[in-house]
Every structure is written in structure tokens, then in C-alpha cells.
Design a protein. Structure first.
Lengths: 475, 321
């Protein structure tokens, strides 16, 4: 069951626009009739596999299956262009494995203290963490101006729709569809998937990436990952801590850990040109979030990510109440699930490591066949999120915009970061203002009322200085 | 059968089916039925729809599919359902009074006459909870705190009905409070348990996770104490006559042929006593209460009359997403 789950997860994750959350909601009804443990393991497997699957297409054809795979595409695809696709895939699977293990081990051993930590994050703390995510943009390459434009464009997209706090409609032009805002999935599909495919149309065969059989042993990749164990641990821990936060922990974690890897790297110039360090950082962080997003779920009944929210729904159907009492009332379910999550990591590694040889055959397929196939899946993916044609339209429009941006070298990742973080920064600041107003204290005093918030503010300032200096060095 | 004939049957079948379906309503249902749920998968409304879909499909002998069409606080899905053909093949399940709040606070394409109620399945009262270590343990404590510190009570909510609950309760207590919107039940719980807000206005379904983590249920806006939580007092017992809750209803676009309507309502009546289904509801902490079509219409009318003035007085407070 674990294997089945992981396999479904990888396939669903690899298809652009579909991710673990969608895979889980499709299979949710099936689990109603299963034993709760079995059903949970199936869903846990999909979650874990889905986090990895997106990277395969990201590396091979520069189309991240999911937003969390975007940084992997930035490093992995250049490697593919250099004929090192297999190597990139091995880096990806083994880093996912380490990240997955770190996350699940932490889930098993440190759930109670981490759950308490997650609760410390109020509006002020969330605001500072999100700000630090925005600063990461500065660490990515590209010209200052273009990166700034990209992130502002992303923030702008995120303002469309009904404002969470005041309820006013912004840029909706009376359309019901625009009222509910533009969600991240069609944006990612448009910018990364459609744009890439549009640019591929009309390319001469000689310009395309050729499949090359690369002689690369799994152990050599493993050894070099182990050499970078400090990076693996750090990325895994970033993934774990940021993944705890309810909302968009995963995306934030991946970009933060990627930016951090670039910041400390001895060869920052190699980033976005195919640096395995970037893959290691991003992959260990995203699979680490799988475990940690379950921490608040198991300990408090508070889901940390959309996927874990659906898993919570599945548990509820079986009459299993989440929270501290779970370990007392249904230890069988709780512990099977915890240790089963370790199995999902093992299953993912086996399927990934064996499958890589076959995955990389994708490169043998001519682009004429890949482009329409990917486009069809992407259209389907954009539609399936909310069963909405409007989302498909958004993805197409942003696909054209993305293709233009790529031509004029506007970086795309900052747009995504802006779309994801914009609402977090805004609503948390607005909440902070509202609560500070109710308590009759100045906003600054409220924002800095906890040691954690002060610590995070210092982190934001330090990051800012470091990024500015880094920019100066690399130019 | 020759190849050509097979092809002809293959391509012709859907048209034949559609034609016969339209002509002979008494043969209903001859094809798949879809239930539009205007929320994402995994929540309470979605769970109700899936449980019902499963049983209804057995009863009617046709596949019943749940389609999630979330967005704009339910507006998109409800609008789509209300605008589809009244042929019995598109139904909707949502939490009343989401539709009523939407149509009174926004320029929606639907109103109460756009669909007819077929049944309702549960009755989940709203409640007020305080966080771990809080001294607020009763409505009386809320009142005295609120009177001393006007506007200082920060109450979190995660949707229109939660906000309605805060507004009505604050009015009845005669105090001023500050509602703060969270984008989901999970976020709201996190804020309450981390003591970032004083109180949370959420459904009785959140009872167990909150009490497990040391929080206190102050009361439920129910007519009487709930079977599931006999220790939690009602607002009424504490001197505030307020009933407010979510009820998952099944609806169809207005204009169903009588035959189709009868087939659907009697199928729903039939499954309403199914033990296994009731157990599904109980397992999911959904307080099961079946009302047939007529009873549901009555319940909705009664409730609309209670909600109307509260919404009208507080129109500027509404911002649903």
C-alpha cells in the first residue's frame, strides 16, 4: 500500500499542475472503506511521492510538476542541457531521501516541542518570516531591476481578488472568477510549463537537448551528497521548521533553503547554471516538510499544509480525532502512521533510484511529441484544481507572458515568490494592526512583543545586509 | 455487428441517451449525477456530500459524483449550480446559510429562489471557545471583560457564519468586540491555541482539538445541549437567546420536473434512516439531523428571518472569502 501510494504520488507529482493534494483528494473516497491505518499510509505515500515527482519533469524538460520543484528546475535543467540528466536525477532522489528522513524522524521524536514552537507564530512572527522569504529573491541571479520587477509583478497578482481583511474588491472588474483571486497553481503552470513549451515550439531539432547515456554510479552521487552533509542537514532543518507553519510553509521553505545554499556556497556563480548544491538544498527541504507539516496535525489537530488538511479529513471520516489524545485513544493508528511514513521514504527512494534510468528516456522523445503531451496535461492540471476554465485561461495568459519574460531575461522564480508571500505578508500585517488596535498598543510594540518576533526581525535585517553584500561581490 | 455499425452505436449512444433522458423524466436517472460542492475537498461540507453521494448512488443505481468548485467563499460553486439545467443531473451540497449571507452582502447571480431545497443532513451549532490558560470561561466573564475594555476582546473567525456569530453575540451581550478573519479552520485554531487571539468563533466540530490542547468551550449557540458534548452549556442557559449554526443542505436548480423531484426526495428519505450512513456522520463529528424537503424549506425561512437584521446592521463588516 505504501508502494502504491508513493508510485501514484510520483506520477501525479510529475504531471504538471497535479500535485499531492489533488492526488489525495481523488483517492480520498477509496480510503473510506479501508482500515484507517492502511488508508493513511496510502495517502502518506502519495504525499511523499508527490513532493518528489515534480522534480523529474523539472530536471528533464524544465517543467516543474509543482511549485515546490521550481528551484530544482533552475538547477536541474541546465545539468540536463549539459548531458548530465541522470546525475541530476540521482542528486534529486537521494537528497529527497535524506530530507524525507530528517522530516519524519523529527516528526517521530520531536512532535510535542515543535508543536509548541508552531503555536508561537502569531501575526507578527508570520509577517517577519514571510519578509525574509521575500529577501531571498535578492539572492537569486539576474539584474536588480528585472528581479525587482518580477517580484512586484508577483505581489501585484496576489492582490487581485477580495481583500481578506477589509473585504474590498481589488482589480476584479466585476468578475466572479477574479473575485476569488488567482491561485498559485495556474500561475506556476503558466510561467513554467506553458512558457517553456511555447518557447520550444519552432525550435530546430539541433537546438534540442539530446539524450546522452551518462555513466554515473549511484554511489558517487551519494558520496558527494554525504560530503555536503552540512548543507543537507541545514536544508532539512529549514524545511522542518518552516514547514511547521500553517499556510504556505512548503513553498517558502524550499525557496529559503535554496537561497541560503547559494548564499553560503563557495561557487555562487555556478547557481542557475547547474549546481548540484541547489538541487540538494531544494530537495532536502521539500521532502522534510512532509514530516513536519504533520506535526501540528498530529499534536494539535491543526493541519500545516493543504495536503495534510485533506489527510485530516480522511481521518475524521474514520472517527479518529486528531490532537494529543490520538496517541492515547488510538496508538495503533498513530504509531503505524509514524513508522509507515519512514517506509514511504524507503519506497520513494527505491522507486526513484530504479526508475531514473527509465525516466531519462523521456529525453529520447522528440520535442514535437513532448510539447503537445505536456500541454494537454497542463491544461488538464489547470482545469482540475478548481474545475474551472478560468484557471486555464490564467495559465495560458501567463504562459505567453512567461515566454516574453524569458526572452527578455526577467527571472520567473521571484514572481512565484511574490504570489505566494504577498497575501501572507499583507494579511498578517493587517491582523497585527487590528489586534494592536483592539489592545490599544502601538503597532511596533505589538509586533515586537515576543522574543521570537524580535529574533526574526534581527534575522530579516541580517539577511538583508548579507544579500546586499553578496550582490556587490558577484555584481 | 459490423465495424461500421459498432461505430455508429458508439457515437450515437450519448445522443440517444440525452434525448431519452430529456423526454422521459420518469425514467430518471439514466446517467451520472453530479453534486457540486462549493468548497475544497476535505472539509465538513465536502465530507457530507461524499457520504450522501455514496448512499444515493446505491439507492438510485447510478454513479453520483462529487465535484469541488471552490472559490469566493462558495459563491462560484453555488452560482454554477444555480445556473445549470434543472434536470436532476446537477445538484448541490453546501452549508446553509453561506448562500444567504452571500446573496445579501454581494451582487450574486443567484438568490433564494434560484434553487429548491431537497433535504438537510446535519445541524452544527456555532460556538465560542477560549484559549489555554484564559480566564474567560463564560458569557458573563466575556460581558464584564467587554464592558471594562470596549473593543479589546479579539475574536477570531474563519468564515461568514463565524462572523455572524460574533456580531450577534456581541450585540446581545451589549459589548464591543474586534473580529479578526483567518483563512481557514486550521489557522484559526493555531491562533487560538497560541493565545494570539482571545476567543475563537467556530463550529462545535472544533470542540475536541481545542479542549485537548487546554482550551475551553464557553458555549454553543444551540437550542439545547448537544448529545456529543453534554458538558458544554448553551448560550440560552447563560441568558443569551441566540441559536446559530450551519446546516448542510442538498439543493437543485429551480424548475425540476415533478417526477424527478419526487424520485430524488423519496430516495433521500429512504437513505436518511440508513444506520451505516448515520454512523459515518457520527464518526466525522457531524451532528446528524435529517430534515426532508418541506422541513428544510421551513428551517431556512425561519433562519433567514433571524439572520437578515444582523447582516443588515453590520453590512460593512462582511468580507467573505
Amino acid at each position: 500500500m505504501v508502494f502504491a501510494g508513493v508510485l501514484i504520488g510520483i506520477v501525479v507529482g510529475a504531471i504538471p499542475g497535479l500535485n499531492g493534494a489533488i492526488g489525495i483528494s481523488l483517492l480520498l473516497p477509496l480510503t473510506f472503506t479501508m482500515e484507517p491505518q492502511i488508508g493513511l499510509l496510502l495517502l502518506g505515500g502519495i504525499y511523499m511521492g508527490g513532493m518528489y515527482g515534480g522534480s523529474i519533469t523539472a530536471i528533464l524538460i524544465n517543467v516543474p510538476g509543482d511549485v515546490v520543484a521550481a528551484p530544482v528546475a533552475m538547477e536541474g535543467y541546465p545539468l540536463t542541457q549539459q548531458g548530465r540528466a541522470k546525475e541530476a536525477l540521482y542528486y534529486s532522489i537521494f537528497s529527497s531521501m535524506f530530507g524525507g528522513f530528517i522530516g519524519v524522524m523529527i516528526l517521530i521524536f520531536f512532535t510535542p516541542p515543535l508543536a509548541r514552537l508552531a503555536l508561537q507564530f502569531g501575526p507578527a512572527e508570520m509577517f517577519f518570516v514571510s519578509l525574509s522569504g521575500l529577501i531571498v529573491v535578492g539572492a537569486l541571479s539576474g539584474s536588480y531591476l528585472k528581479a525587482a520587477f518580477a517580484v512586484l509583478f508577483g505581489l501585484f497578482i496576489s492582490t487581485i481578488g477580495i481583500d481578506m481583511i477589509t473585504g474590498s474588491e481589488r482589480f476584479t472588474f466585476g468578475s466572479v472568477d477574479l473575485r476569488s483571486g488567482i491561485s498559485v497553481v495556474p500561475v506556476v503552470l503558466g510561467l513554467f510549463c506553458f512558457a517553456e513549451m511555447f518557447l520550444n515550439i519552432g525550435k530546430k531539432p539541433s537546438e534540442q537537448v539530446k539524450y546522452r547515456d551518462q555513466n554515473i554510479s549511484r554511489t558517487s552521487v551519494l558520496t558527494s551528497i554525504l560530503k555536503a552533509r552540512f548543507l543537507v542537514w541545514k536544508s532539512g532543518l529549514i524545511g522542518t521548521v518552516v514547514g511547521l507553519l500553517p499556510g504556505v510553509g512548503t513553498t517558502l521553505a524550499v525557496f529559503m533553503s535554496y537561497g541560503e545554499a547559494k548564499r553560503v556556497s563557495k561557487q555562487p556563480g555556478l547557481f542557475e547554471k547547474g549546481n548540484p548544491e541547489g538541487i540538494i538544498a531544494a530537495e532536502s527541504a521539500n521532502n522534510a516538510t512532509v514530516g513536519s507539516s504533520m506535526v501540528p496535525l498530529l499534536a494539535l489537530g491543526v493541519p500545516g499544509s493543504p495536503t495534510s488538511a485533506i489527510i485530516a479529513g480522511a481521518l475524521v471520516i474514520h472517527g479518529i480525532i486528531l490532537g494529543p489524545s490520538l496517541f492515547v485513544n488510538r496508538p495503533d493508528v498513530a504509531y503505524t502512521f509514524l513508522y509507515g511514513m519512514l517506509l514511504t521514504v524507503v519506497a520513494m527512494t527505491i522507486i526513484g533510484a530504479v526508475g531514473i534510468k527509465y525516466f531519462s528516456y523521456i529525453l529520447k522523445i522528440r520535442m514535437e511529441y513532448i510539447v503537445p503531451t505536456v500541454l494537454v496535461f497542463a491544461l488538464f492540471g489547470a482545469y482540475s484544481l478548481r474545475n474551472s476554465l478560468f484557471d486555464v485561461l490564467i495559465a495560458l495568459v501567463l504562459g505567453i507572458a512567461g515566454a516574453i519574460f524569458k526572452k527578455i531575461e526577467v527571472p520567473l522564480a521571484p514572481i512565484i515568490i511574490g504570489v505566494v508571500l504577498g497575501p501572507l505578508i499583507e494579511t498578517n500585517l493587517a491582523r497585527a494592526m487590528r489586534i494592536a488596535g483592539a489592545r490599544d498598543v502601538p503597532l511596533v510594540q505589538y509586533m515586537l512583543s515576543s522574543p521570537l518576533a524580535i529574533g526574526l526581525l534581527i534575522m530579516v535585517l541580517v539577511l538583508l545586509v548579507v544579500v546586499v553584500q553578496m550582490r556587490r561581490k558577484t555584481g | 455487428m459490423t465495424k461500421k455499425m459498432k461505430l455508429a452505436t458508439l457515437f450515437g449512444a450519448p445522443f440517444l441517451l440525452a434525448a431519452s433522458g430529456a423526454a422521459l423524466a420518469q425514467d430518471y436517472p439514466t446517467g451520472n449525477i453530479q453534486i457540486i460542492v462549493p468548497y475544497s475537498a476535505g472539509g465538513g461540507g465536502d465530507t457530507v456530500a461524499r457520504i450522501i453521494a455514496d448512499r444515493l448512488s446505491d439507492e438510485l443505481g447510478q454513479q453520483v459524483n462529487v465535484v469541488n468548485r471552490e472559490g469566493a467563499g462558495g459563491e462560484i460553486g453555488i452560482a454554477e449550480m444555480a445556473g445549470s439545467d434543472p434536470d436532476g443531473y446537477t445538484l448541490g451540497v453546501f452549508g446553509y446559510p453561506d448562500n444567504f449571507v452571500l446573496e445579501n452582502t454581494r451582487d450574486t447571480s443567484f438568490d433564494n429562489d434560484s434553487f429548491e431545497y431537497l433535504a438537510s443532513f446535519d445541524d452544527m451549532p456555532m460556538g465560542i471557545f477560549s484559549g489555554p490558560g484564559s480566564e474567560l470561561d463564560s458569557l458573563e466573564a466575556m460581558r464584564s471583560y467587554g464592558e471594562e475594555n470596549p473593543g479589546a476582546l479579539v475574536i477570531g473567525e474563519s468564515g461568514a457564519i463565524g462572523l455572524l456569530n460574533i456580531l450577534a453575540l456581541s450585540d446581545d451581550l451589549g459589548i464591543e468586540t474586534t473580529p479578526v478573519l483567518y483563512s481557514g479552520g486550521g489557522e484559526l485554531m493555531n491562533a487560538l491555541l497560541g493565545n494570539h487571539i482571545d476567543l475563537a468563533s467556530t463550529s462545535s466540530m472544533s470542540h475536541d482539538p481545542i479542549t485537548d490542547a487546554g482550551g475551553t468551550p464557553i458555549g454553543f449557540a444551540a437550542a439545547e445541549r448537544m448529545d456529543m458534548f453534554p458538558d458544554v452549556p448553551t448560550f440560552k442557559e447563560q441568558g443569551i437567546d441566540l441559536e446559530m449554526g450551519v446546516s448542510r443542505v442538498m439543493v437543485a436548480p429551480t424548475g425540476l420536473p415533478d417526477e424527478v423531484r419526487d424520485i430524488l426526495t423519496s430516495a433521500l428519505d429512504e437513505i436518511s434512516t440508513n444506520e451505516a450512513m448515520i454512523e459515518n456522520f457520527q464518526n466525522a463529528s457531524l451532528p446528524y439531523r435529517y430534515l426532508n424537503a418541506e422541513e428544510t424549506e421551513e428551517m431556512v425561512e425561519r433562519s433567514n428571518n433571524v439572520l437578515s437584521p444582523i447582516i443588515e446592521e453590520n453590512l460593512e463588516q462582511f468580507n467573505i472569502d
